[in-house]
Design a binder for this molecule. Structure first.
Ligand code: HEC
Ligand code: HEC
Length: 229
């Protein structure tokens, strides 16, 4: 429920900002940020994963030790792309991505903290797979994820997320390996059900990719990605 319009809200509210945002936060390295009044702009020097680890003590209660959440409602951060983590934390801090909990957490973070936390979690091993009782469902999800279904215009998820599901942070593609089936399904519903993002490429890529998938397909790919090796 709480995630229903998360992405549509923050991208649709700021369509003009989204492109520079992605450029500044996703690809911006130590010197990537530019002046220009962008509330998402981060200024940081070489990230320190060690400092990120120290700060992460406050995240573990919810996101699990080392970012390997065992709570199916809380996303795993271990092995997620650093640029993706920076972008999400900045969106929470700017109160663009809804989540009372994360907006409060992020309000205490300085730019350098965000970069350090992202560096720490990005370097963590993705953790163990979630148990899926239904092997047939998982196999069906694997077929769609890896191969798509040309007859139904289903693009293989692996084309963007990679055969291992680890994404491509440089291009703003999230890692999906070992997200919980429940969290993944919630996110898939959200993207699929969102109105068009008006050409904003990252969420729009997902929205379009999901249109031909049925509810059963979504459950199957969620089951599969939660159990990737
Ligand atoms: C009280 C619990 C709680 C704490 C503490 C917490 N988080 Fe979260 N976090 C959440 C929940 C729940 C979500 C999912 C929010 C949503 O989508 O509605 C989330 C989402 C996120 C996301 C987005 C992940 C994605 O895949 O989109 C990031 C990044 C994140 N948290 C980082 C952190 C960091 C870093 C800390 C510590 C500084 C932290 N969180 C502390 C509960 C928490
Ligand atoms: C054309 C490229 C593309 C295809 C195909 C694609 N994705 Fe994505 N996916 C993305 C991008 C880009 C993002 C990040 C979106 C954003 O930041 O708003 C994403 C995000 C996600 C997320 C959210 C991760 C998180 O932590 O919140 C999940 C889950 C996901 N994709 C699953 C899938 C599945 C399952 C499929 C196949 C049915 C798929 N994707 C097909 C590009 C794609």
């Amino acid at each position: 429920m709480k995630r229903t319009v998360r992405r549509s809200l923050w991208f649709l509210a700021l369509p003009a900002l989204a492109a520079p945002v992605l450029a500044a936060v996703t690809q911006g390295g130590p010197s990537g940020a530019k002046a220009g009044g962008n509330p998402f702009e981060l200024k940081f020097s070489a990230p320190s994963a060690a400092h990120g680890q120290a700060l992460s003590a406050t995240c573990q209660g919810c996101h699990g030790a080392g970012g390997v959440s065992t709570n199916p409602d809380t996303p795993r951060l271990a092995g997620q792309g650093a640029g993706y983590i920076r972008f999400q934390l900045t969106a929470f801090r700017a109160k663009i991505r809804p989540s009372p909990v994360m907006q409060r957490v992020a309000s205490h973070l300085r730019d350098q903290d965000i970069a350090d936390l992202a560096a720490y979690f990005a370097a963590r091993p993705v953790g163990t797979a979630w148990k899926t009782e239904d092997a047939a469902l998982r196999a069906q999800g694997q077929a769609l994820f890896q191969g798509g279904d040309a007859k139904r215009n289903v693009i293989a998820c692996a084309i963007c997320h990679g055969p291992d599901g680890r994404g491509e942070d440089r291009l703003g593609v999230a890692s999906v390996t070992n997200q919980s089936p429940g969290y993944a399904l919630g996110v898939l519903h959200e993207f699929k059900g969102a109105p068009s993002f008006g050409g904003i490429i990252h969420p729009e890529a997902m929205r379009i990719a999901l249109q031909p998938l049925s509810e059963a397909d979504l459950r199957a790919v969620a089951a599969y990605l939660s159990s990737m090796k």
